[in-house]
Ligand binder design. Structure first.
Ligand SMILES: C[S@@+](CC[C@H](N)C(=O)[O-])C[C@H]1O[C@@H](n2cnc3c(N)ncnc32)[C@H](O)[C@@H]1O
Length: 348
């Protein structure tokens, strides 16, 4: 993923100017903020003059973020029943697919309000669900392979559910305007969301709290990631106006020509690769999961020519040590952070 540095094609070859669209829709974009090629990260935002710390860089009024909407709502923002029923079949951990359904619906709709945004999205994503089979195998690391396979299986199953749900619908009731939706378009939508959406405060509840809502933030999502960001997302509520304004504010002074960078979160490289299609060299949040699998270790030892390895029936003192190291027992997984020097050999 780190080596896939080519400029990503967009949904259409010459999409409309996103900055103009945001301004026309009542948003604010600092005059020095520009979209530019940010090799090797695709497109990005850069500044054309020095910007002081604390300056507003972008502000989006409440109607610009793309959200899924409430599954329970029956008001004017009510979703089509078929979309609600499909969304309910998506496991919580794959929340990106839910918002992905809305994205596909808007992509299929002629004259969609979000077309200027959607047409600027990358046409393809470098996430592992799109890797050729051989490359998936070459990931080698079991916990990551498990997640990739789970996502691929989900997409194939979900394709069938979507096709069944749409089979006998009248054209007017069809959420994707009669367009075919398959595992590949579902994967595109899920990846577009997982690599670009932010979880922000949704509407205020009656008890004053907010629920987290994933949303796609036009233009703001052109910012690439850094663990040393120079910008951050801020949500503001005007007095007397329940609607939220989502802003990007300069967290440091930004020099002319610098890219704008947001921190996507304290994620390990598995999550970066699965959701965003890139990894961070020397990621301080990276970790690996170890699991003691006696049978597998015996097989590997025999293949390596070790005589009577006996990993699957450790002596009581060895069993005790394995328990202490959390390598066997109730939760037999040991997470090891990449930032620590690690040396482990239970039988030495
Ligand atoms: C929210 S989008 C940012 C805009 C994106 N570069 C574009 O062309 O539309 C996130 C995507 O940008 C790229 N990206 C962002 N930060 C990166 C980084 N630090 N290293 C490599 N790729 C990065 C990855 O392709 C990621 O999925």
């Amino acid at each position: 993923a780190t080596s896939s540095s080519c400029y990503p094609a967009r949904v259409v070859p010459h999409p409309p100017d996103l900055i103009k669209w945001v301004r026309r829709e009542g948003g604010f974009v600092h005059h020095a903020v520009k979209i530019a090629e940010a090799d090797p990260y695709g497109l990005g935002l850069v500044v054309s003059e020095e910007i002081p710390k604390g300056s507003d860089l972008i502000a989006l009024p409440d109607h610009l973020p793309l959200r899924f909407g409430s599954l329970e709502s029956s008001g004017e923002d009510a979703l089509e029943p078929v979309l609600v029923s499909l969304a309910r079949q998506i496991p919580e951990e794959l929340w990106a697919m839910r918002l992905g359904l809305k994205l596909l619906q808007e992509r299929a709709m002629v004259g969609s309000f979000w077309w200027p945004y959607i047409s600027n999205l990358p046409e393809t994503y470098s996430v592992p669900i799109f890797f050729p089979g051989e490359d998936i195998k070459n990931l080698q690391y079991a916990p990551l392979l498990y997640q990739v396979n789970k996502r691929c299986r989900f997409l194939l199953d979900f394709e069938k559910k979507v096709k069944d749900a749409l089979e006998n619908l009248k054209p007017d009731d069809h959420p994707f305007r009669g367009q075919d939706v398959d595992a590949s378009s579902l994967g595109w939508a899920m990846s577009a969301v997982s690599s670009r959406a932010f979880r922000l405060y949704g509407k205020k509840l009656s008890d004053g709290t907010h629920i987290d809502v994933p949303m796609m933030l036009p233009l703001i999502d052109m910012c690439n990631h850094s663990f040393n960001p120079n910008a951050q997302i801020v949500q503001e509520q005007d007095a007397g106006n329940p609607k939220m304004l989502v802003k990007v504010v300069a967290e440091t002074q930004i020099k002319r020509g610098d890219p704008l960078a947001l921190d996507y979160g304290c994620l390990n490289n598995d999550l970066f690769l699965l959701d965003y299609g890139f990894v961070i060299p020397s990621n301080p949040y990276d970790c690996i999961e170890l699991k003691y699998d006696g049978a597998l270790l015996d097989a590997a030892s025999m293949a390596a020519g070790v005589s009577s390895p006996n990993f699957s029936s450790p002596a009581p003192w060895q069993q005790q040590l394995l328990l202490q190291l959390n390598l066997v027992g109730e939760a037999p997984v040991l997470k090891v952070s990449a930032s620590f020097d690690f040396y482990f050999s239970p039988f030495n």
